[in-house]
Design a protein around this ligand. Structure first.
Ligand SMILES: C[S@@+](CC[C@H](N)C(=O)[O-])C[C@H]1O[C@@H](n2cnc3c(N)ncnc32)[C@H](O)[C@@H]1O
Length: 303
């Protein structure tokens, strides 16, 4: 079990958000609190942190003791942002660091890892939803192939799906290693990635409804931002990054009618340096994008 999670693109996130005294920020993916800690140490500001994982809630306890009323933890899924945040409250920035934490990946009992043997679970919150075992033991070969193809971009998705269905006739899947070993029989890779990587990624995204969560929350963020407020989002694979990119480029004309515009802070995403990737290989696919809500009234008046 890992004792820590190394925050990815931390300095880049901080530099972009540029926390200010007296402001309030939302860390919608608290994890181990790496982003929250850095924000609270940079300015005399407040952070409202959200995470769906009950283990993250436990990790937030020392933050409550340390930062007192500058820190608040809310347990829940970020797609429920409108109900989680105090009504009509506006904040000065929202940060997202999508995907899973090293705490989740490296804890065998959570069932995310193809390297550690554990129950085939993969739920970020064990309170509800199907486990990965439920999915592989009950979905049809066609449904499994589609999940593994769409969320994992795994070219052997049909072969893997058919093998899963054959194997479960003998014995239903219970553990991560059972699934990983089956996939490794049918997928060979020459790029250093474990052959089970994409199948596990696909099941994790599906089980946690991750893309719908992201799509939903992005559409809600702007109504919680004050003028000048920023959204800083870090993604880890192309499906996540595409949702962020499309949201930034989408039609925000309704905003303009109410006197605001959305400005992308960079034309291209920020990626980790070679040094960061060397120190923390899990950062290798990260991309940071950011936007700022600008009042057009401010622009016109020249102030
Ligand atoms: C990559 S980690 C964040 C790490 C954090 N930035 C840090 O520095 O420690 C992502 C976190 O987001 C949480 N998460 C993922 N999807 C979520 C959702 N839909 N709602 C709330 N939390 C979510 C996960 O449980 C996980 O703890």
């Amino acid at each position: 079990m890992t004792e820590t999670h190394i925050p990815v693109l931390l300095q880049e996130m901080l530099h972009t958000l540029a926390p200010q005294d007296g402001c309030t920020y939302i860390d919608a993916t608290f994890g181990g609190g790496g982003y929250t800690d850095a924000i609270l140490n940079t300015a005399n500001c407040k952070v409202i942190a959200i995470d769906r994982d009950p283990d993250a809630q436990k990790r937030a306890l020392p933050f409550e003791n340390k930062y007192k009323d500058r820190f608040q933890f809310i347990s829940g899924t970020f797609s429920d942002l409108d109900n989680l945040l105090p009504k009509d409250s506006l904040c000065d920035g929202i940060v997202f660091d999508f995907g899973m934490s090293s705490f989740q990946l490296d804890e065998a009992d959570r069932g995310f890892s193809f390297r550690l043997n554990g129950p085939l679970d993969m739920r970020m919150s064990k309170d509800f939803g199907l486990t990965a075992a439920d999915v592989v033991n009950t979905y049809s070969a066609e449904e499994l192939a589609e999940i593994i193809w769409f969320y994992g971009d795994e070219k052997k998705s049909r072969i893997i799906a058919r093998a899963i269905v054959e194997q479960r006739k003998i014995k239903p899947f219970e553990t991560t290693i059972e699934l990983a070993q089956l996939v490794r029989k049918f997928v060979k890779r020459h790029d250093g990635l474990d052959p089970a990587t994409l199948t596990f990624q696909a099941l994790r995204i599906f089980v946690n409804n991750e893309l719908i969560e992201i799509d939903t929350v992005l559409k809600k963020t702007l109504s919680h931002l004050s003028a000048g407020g920023k959204v800083v989002a870090v993604s880890f694979h192309a499906l996540e990054d595409r949702l962020i990119k499309n949201w930034i480029r989408s039609d925000h004309s309704a905003l303009q009618h109410s006197g605001y515009t959305l400005k992308a802070l960079f034309s291209k995403p920020i990626c980790p340096s070679d040094e960061e990737v060397r120190k923390n290989p899990r950062s290798r696919s990260a991309k940071l994008r950011a936007v700022q809500l600008i009042s057009t009234k401010t622009i016109w008046s020249g102030s």
